[in-house]
Design a protein around this ligand. Structure first.
Ligand code: ADP
Length: 437
């Protein structure tokens, strides 16, 4: 027992004993004891009421300078109270520091709840996107940043994905958005100013598109004359071969120019529409049939394992299929095999083109979708490749929020997997009307 408690108990025992003794002198020891106990109780209740009042008024003088257990109680209480207020001050300081540092961040940060309503945001969120900490609290963020790309990003809730959107504050400012899971049922929307990157990309894209466009007309004229010359009987024999070579090169240049124009178009187009519904199974069947008809190609197997349809642009998805299958055909020996498949599940759908061809060395795989990248430049040129096919595939997939996964082993074969997110998949496609398309 600690000192003050022992003193208190001893005092109480002495008081009760004294009461009993006085009572015994008067012939009633029990009455004496009870009167002493009542007196002790009344005194303690009074102290309790005084303490309660002191709690309200803040004046603890009776206890601060008092005696016995109530002074001890007050000391403990005052120690805990001071400690509590010290911690409170410290926490306030820490919160202030955190707020100051998040406000100093050049990137916008917005905390959202599970309904995508704004909980809190930093200063950069206001400068970049016009989100106000107090005024916009409780508002849905997609009501302030109205962009379908952001709506899709919020729905996907995937920290690896980002979307570029135009800032509501200025038509010339571009923001890169990322959603990161945060706390319990919360997420953090990070906003980064990427205007410089977008402007630079746009300048590069416009330059390539303009240059390609300008090259198209002279190329058409040259190709026309070369075709005429190749068919001209008056052409001397020594010019036959050079003219044919010039014709081939002109055709190659025409292909490069049109693929560059296609790439520029894809880059500038944002997201592919979701209104068009593509029967991928039918599209794959007709593409494979066309390749089989060309003959001289390896065995081509088709496995349609899902009836799911895809929301997107049919011409673009067709160009993905044609690029992947034509690559497989060009890089697989005639006795090899190519398999094309379509399957779907809760995580989305996958279009896979696999071959048992020459394969690609691991160090080249990350560079495959770069423009003009070819593993073997000389060979690729000979078989008509220009190195833009997989760049087009990557951009088309990006426009469909899909990704390309490549796995390959030298002399064993390659697999190109296009993974589409569930938002792009129609699991129960509409039944086509008889005679309709
Ligand atoms: P290209 O017009 O040269 O085919 P792509 O962008 O389609 O350009 O492909 C880039 C390079 O990737 C090709 O040059 C080739 O080296 C390699 N590649 C693409 N598909 C395959 C495949 N199925 N097997 C082996 N190599 C491939």
């Amino acid at each position: 027992m600690i000192g003050s408690s022992r003193k208190f108990v001893t005092g109480l025992v002495v008081l009760l004993a004294a009461g009993a003794l006085v009572g015994w002198i008067y012939g009633e020891p029990l009455y004496g004891f009870l009167i002493a106990a009542l007196a002790a109780l009344i005194w303690q209740v009074r102290q309790l009421l005084l303490f309660n009042r002191a709690l309200h008024t803040g004046n603890f003088d009776t206890f601060r300078f008092g005696e016995g257990i109530w002074q001890q109680i007050y000391s403990r209480f005052s120690y805990e109270r001071d400690r509590g207020s010290r911690y409170k001050k410290l926490h306030r300081q820490v919160i202030k520091e955190i707020r100051r540092s998040t406000n100093a961040m050049p990137d916008g940060a917005v905390v959202l709840d599970d309904e995508n309503e704004i909980v809190v945001c930093n200063r950069a969120a206001k400068t970049l996107a016009g989100i106000k900490r107090k005024k916009d609290r409780g508002q849905r963020v997609d009501n302030i940043l109205r962009d379908p790309a952001l709506t899709r990003l919020l729905r996907a809730n995937d920290a690896t994905r980002t979307a570029d959107i135009l800032s509501p504050v200025s038509d010339e400012r571009w923001l890169n958005c990322r959603i990161v899971p945060y706390g319990i049922n919360q997420k953090l929307l990070l906003l980064r100013d990427v205007t410089d990157r977008i402007v630079l990309n746009r300048m590069r894209r416009d330059f390539v598109a303009n240059a390609s466009h300008e090259l198209r007309s002279p190329l058409t004229v040259m190709s026309g004359y070369l075709d005429a010359m190749a068919e001209d009987d008056a052409l001397t024999q020594s010019w036959g071969q050079p003219v044919r070579q010039m014709q081939e090169q002109a055709q190659r240049m025409t292909r490069i120019v049109s693929e560059l124009l296609e790439l520029s178009r894809l880059e500038g187009g944002g997201s592919a529409s979701i209104d068009e519904i593509i029967d991928v199974g039918a599209l794959l069947a007709s593409a494979c049939e066309a390749f089989r008809e060309q003959g001289n190609s390896p065995q081509l197997d088709l496995a349609i394992e899902s009836t799911a349809h895809l929301r997107g642009n049919i011409a673009e998805i067709e160009s993905v299929v044609v690029n992947l299958v034509s690559n497989a055909v060009r890089h697989t020996p005639p006795d090899g095999r190519i398999s094309v498949s379509w399957n779907s599940g809760p995580e989305g759908a996958q279009l896979v083109v696999a071959d048992t061809g020459e394969g690609i060395a691991a160090e080249h795989i990350p560079r495959l979708t770069e423009r003009f990248f070819r593993v073997d430049r000389g060979r690729s040129r000979e078989d008509g490749g220009v190195g833009l096919g997989l760049a087009i595939v990557k951009h088309v997939l990006g426009r469909h929020e899909a990704r390309l996964e490549v796995s390959s082993e030298l002399d064993v074969g390659s697999e190109f997997r296009c993974v589409f997110p569930p938002e792009r998949i129609v699991v129960d496609p509409p039944i086509p009307m008889a005679g309709g398309s």
